[in-house]
Design a protein around this ligand. Structure first.
Ligand SMILES: [Zn+2]
Length: 483
């Protein structure tokens, strides 16, 4: 496969040039322009690799099935031992020293799945259906990868009926999901309940774990080749996490999704193409959520009851559509220092070093320990770099923190039984689709309104995250076609 770090470096180099051209001014416009150009790159990558998509999926499956019997002995490692080993770069997880984690990092070996599951395999939670017939990707069955799906398909027309009887607010789509691009929408951010622009949430959104010092662990944008490294760590440490998966990755790496699910982790919807939802029409939002839901159901046999909007970009219209489709929104916590975003995605983009991202994470832990509730943090399993940061550093830091943190999946921390995380097995409706338009409130568990401001100290986050999400999709699209 084409080394992902090489692609990351390429994208990072492009970004550096663009920033230099912008005279180092990190303004929204500059980032927006970069994002637009990268969108073109995504389209090109998608079009050049679309014919290879099924081959990619097939190759991935073959590689995965060829990995049976490759199970390695679980390391005995305590957290401390794991950290020490990781720093040397020779530990069980083969994580480089923190100082070596950056966009120029050479790519390590692609992990192979230690365990694969055949159709008919039985998940362990109550009432779970068995794993369906083996998923074979056929491009005729799915929208183009990493692009907003068309809205004139029979499937989308059918899914649109799910909105019938629901009060979907008549809110004009934003320009591009960014605060700075849309002053008119920004001025109405509170009425719109626009998280991106002020941290506004609804009472139905999940934004934290209730119990103090509890971290609801989650990873976004996979499944991807390096997710397996993360799965091994989580298994070795008996931890569960929530994976917010992108539909385009699900159909590319079905066996990795099955491995996540069968290991007892939660699977949640993170859209088909990973574009900002507030900028889309109702039909496009339905298409993004519907196709991802369908992809997960086809591979696993179950349909999630939760979703996470890319970039956290949600407003009352997106919220109402999500809830009407049986998907309850989950965002990351806004705490005393701002949104709990580790900035791990900035490292493959060349914007931050691994050392900087880990320092961000340590300050999040410090802020989290002052809160009365638990918390949820944004991390990713799309890139080797972000997986290495989690496996080598952030998870260990939380496990060895004083005071200690309890690490759980988001459903676990909310005491939601696994069966209620999926529609086919639910005995309780956790979505509450008719209670979605309740009053909007600020997403600030610290009680500080400034902490929730997307335009304040964290203003850079918005355009940058939009860019990197697109860049990530570009890389994903490229390597999806290269495996
Ligand atoms: Zn994402």
């Amino acid at each position: 496969m084409l080394p992902i770090s090489a692609l990351s470096a390429l994208l990072a180099a492009t970004l550096s040039l663009e920033l230099a051209n912008a005279h180092g001014v990190h303004n929204a416009r500059a980032h927006h322009d970069i994002a637009k150009r990268q969108t073109t790159a995504v389209a090109l990558a998608a079009s050049t690799s679309s014919s290879a998509a099924s081959a990619a999926a097939t190759t991935s499956s073959a590689a995965a099935s060829g990995a049976s019997g490759a199970t390695t002995a679980a390391p005995s490692g305590t957290s401390a031992a794991t950290t020490a080993a990781a720093v040397s770069g020779t530990g069980s997880y083969n994580v480089p020293p923190l100082s070596a984690i950056n966009s120029a990092m050479p790519s390590g070996a692609t992990p192979t799945l230690s365990t694969t599951f055949s159709p008919g395999a039985q998940p362990t939670y109550s009432g779970a259906p068995v794993i369906p017939a083996k998923f074979i990707f056929s491009s005729a069955d799915w929208p183009a990868l990493d692009r907003i799906p068309p809205t004139d398909s029979d499937q989308v027309k059918e899914w649109m009926k799910e909105l019938d009887g629901h009060d979907i607010p008549d809110i004009t789509p934003t320009v591009d999901g960014e605060c700075a691009s849309d002053p008119q929408a920004a001025a109405q951010a509170q009425q719109r309940g626009w998280w991106t622009c002020g941290g506004w949430t609804s009472g139905n959104d999940i934004v934290a774990c209730p119990e103090k010092n509890t971290w609801g662990v989650s990873f976004d944008d996979g499944p991807a080749p390096y997710s397996e490294k993360l799965l091994k760590y989580l298994d070795d440490h008996d931890l569960s996490a929530t994976f917010f998966v992108v539909g385009s990755r699900v159909v590319s790496y079905p066996d990795i999704l099955i491995a996540e699910y069968m290991a007892g982790h939660e699977i949640s919807v993170h859209t088909w193409s990973h574009h900002p939802l507030t900028a889309m029409t109702n039909e496009q939002i339905v298409a993004e959520l519907g196709w991802t839901r369908h992809a997960i159901q086809t591979v696993l046999g179950v349909t999630p009851t939760t979703m996470r909007p890319p970039f956290g970009d949600i407003d009352n219209r997106v919220r109402a559509i999500s809830n009407a489709m049986g998907l309850r929104p989950i965002i990351w916590t806004t705490g005393p220092g701002g949104p709990f975003d580790t900035n791990d995605w900035r490292v493959p983009a060349g914007e931050h070093t691994g050392t900087e991202s880990f320092a961000t994470f340590e300050s999040i832990l410090g802020n989290a320990s002052t809160m009365d509730t638990g918390f949820i943090v944004l991390e990713h399993d799309l890139f080797e770099i972000t997986v290495d940061l989690a496996v080598g550093y952030t998870l260990d830091a939380a496990l060895t923190h004083n005071p200690p943190f309890k690490l759980e999946s988001i459903g676990e921390c909310l005491s939601i039984p696994m069966n209620d995380m999926y529609h086919e097995t639910a005995t309780t409706d956790i979505v509450g689709a008719n209670s979605t338009s309740d009053s909007t409130s600020s997403n600030s568990t610290s009680g500080s309104s400034s902490a929730a401001s997307g335009n304040g100290a964290t203003g850079l986050r918005l355009p940058s995250s939009a860019f990197v999400g697109v860049a990530a999709a570009a890389v994903a699209a490229v390597f999806a076609g290269s495996l």
